[in-house]
Design a protein around this ligand. Structure first.
Ligand code: FE2
Ligand code: FE2
Length: 481
């Protein structure tokens, strides 16, 4: 994407003409010290004085944002970057379909827009908080650098949402911006707003699962908001999506490399049965059944982020022109959905059935279906690695009724195959499907850091190519102790 006219002369790099928008610039500069305090309290633990090879806005060159260079994380230039304005853009769905997109917040939809921006904004610092301890156990400098790239970009996504709040929502926007720095992931009194963002990310396999599954929920939400009739939100989200793609790359290739290493180690040791967990673990790699359990956990937690399958909030946001569907403009229908239906998985007389619901109220379900399809792609790649190594084992996405805390299936228990079971049965079998504390201990035992250039922990394969095409022994992080 061609980002034009980035101004690096203000403290906050931007392409929204902040130097002529004194009031907003002042509000953002006022917020900045609190952000830096948050970063030092809750951002990556250690490494703050290390030089990290990041893609960063480090220069005054208009294309400087996309360049790679060494930077200390606290000196990363978090900026406000919006995708270019599309000329004559119209609202692509809902009751205002075909009307010019809004450049200011429409009064009638103000509260709804603010809520959606705050919820999105809250997830960004949350994931940084969840990942803050991982630097200490990075399997390589390459991975350490990727973690920090994700972290600084999530920080920038927070800036992106705070800009919208401060520019378009006046005093309550500024209050919300402060609240975003006050909540903490997992805090008993003041947690982050969504469940998955209060879970722990205790090890690197969790990190890869998180960036694959949970950042992908972010992708779907950003796509829907990129369709918004509120043009500044649309433009912000379109730019964020370019960064989000890297986060999911980290997840997908991370899991690929773990699977690859496990398969190689099993082959070298002559192990024929990948389910022989003790034998595989003795090799110092993560067995495939445990990878499946981690996948079950992160996928089900991420499904909860889509909210209830049937939702009047989702219908209202669509009608209002505030939040659209995944790839709305490429869908061929009336974009109003007044008379259409969509099949929703529901619990009917103790059975999981597809029931046609009004398409408007089923928008969360539809987005979740799009998400599931998107998730399945990684599954194919990972299974290819396993089958190429000659093993008869398939990683699969669990049924959507499995391990849910929100929506239709929150009050029942289901197996990963989608069979409903009672509490007692669930209690007995769940440690076969979700990571147990023993599994966690085993994975934790492998998490010893590797910090020499070109070195990799024995449980993960090196990547096929380096970041910015750097060679394998490139020093992605110059660690300062
Ligand atoms: Fe993000
Ligand atoms: Fe992300």
């Amino acid at each position: 994407m061609n980002i034009m006219n980035v101004d690096y002369t203000t403290k906050i790099p931007n392409n929204v003409n902040l130097s002529e928008d004194r009031q907003v610039l002042k509000a953002l500069e006022g917020w900045h010290p609190g952000y830096m305090d948050w970063w030092s309290d809750m951002g990556p633990e250690g490494f703050q004085q290390s030089l990290v090879y990041l893609r960063t806005a480090y220069s005054v060159d208009p294309r400087g944002w996309a360049k790679f260079d060494y930077v200390k994380m606290p000196e990363y230039r978090w900026g406000i970057l919006l995708a270019p304005q599309e000329e004559n853009r119209v609202i692509p769905f809902g009751e205002h379909y075909g009307e010019p997109a809004w450049q200011e917040v429409p009064g009638e939809h103000r509260a709804m827009l603010r809520r959606l921006i705050v919820i999105q904004g809250d997830t960004e610092p949350a994931s940084v908080e969840q990942q803050r301890h991982l630097g200490k156990t990075a399997p390589s400098l390459y991975d350490l650098r990727n973690l920090f790239q994700v972290n600084v970009e999530e920080g920038r996504h927070l800036w992106a949402m705070v800009y919208l709040l401060q520019k378009y929502f006046g005093r309550d926007g500024r209050e919300e911006a402060d609240e975003l720095l006050r909540r903490r992931s997992g805090d008993a009194d003041s947690p982050r707003m969504l469940g998955a963002f209060n879970e722990k990310t205790p090890d690197w396999l969790s990190f890869f699962m998180f960036t694959y599954f949970t950042d992908r929920d972010g992708k779907m939400q950003l796509h829907s908001l990129a369709q918004s009739g509120f043009d500044p939100l649309s433009r912000t989200c379109r730019f964020m999506l370019t960064e989000e793609a890297h986060h999911m790359f980290v997840g997908e290739t991370g899991i690929s490399r773990v699977v690859q290493r496990t398969c190689e180690a099993m082959k070298d040791a002559g192990i024929g049965d990948p389910s022989d967990i003790a034998k595989v673990r003795a090799l110092g790699v993560i067995d495939l059944p445990t990878i499946q359990k981690k996948l079950n956990l992160h996928y089900s937690l991420s499904l909860d982020l889509f909210g209830s399958e049937v939702s009047t909030n989702a219908a209202n946001a669509f009608n209002a022109g505030v939040k659209g569907r995944y790839r709305e403009t490429q869908i061929e229908d009336d974009h109003r959905l007044q008379n259409s239906t969509y099949p929703v998985l529901k619990l009917v007389n103790g059975q999981i059935k597809r029931v046609d619901e009004p398409a408007l109220t089923a928008l969360n379900m539809r987005l979740r279906d799009d998400y599931t399809q998107d998730c399945a792609k990684g599954m194919l790649r990972w299974n290819k690695i396993i089958s190429t190594a000659g093993y008869d084992f398939k990683l699969t996405l669990p049924n959507v009724a499995f391990h849910r805390q929100i929506g239709e299936f929150k009050d029942v228990h289901a197996t990963p195959e989608g069979a409903l079971i009672d509490d007692a049965n669930w209690g007995k079998r769940k440690s076969g499907w979700l990571p147990s504390s023993d599994d966690g201990d085993f994975i934790a035992s492998l998490m010893t850091p590797v910090t020499e250039p070109g070195g990799f922990a024995p449980w993960i394969s090196p990547p096929k190519v380096g970041i910015d095409n750097k060679p394998g022994d490139f020093e992605y992080v110059k660690i300062e102790t």
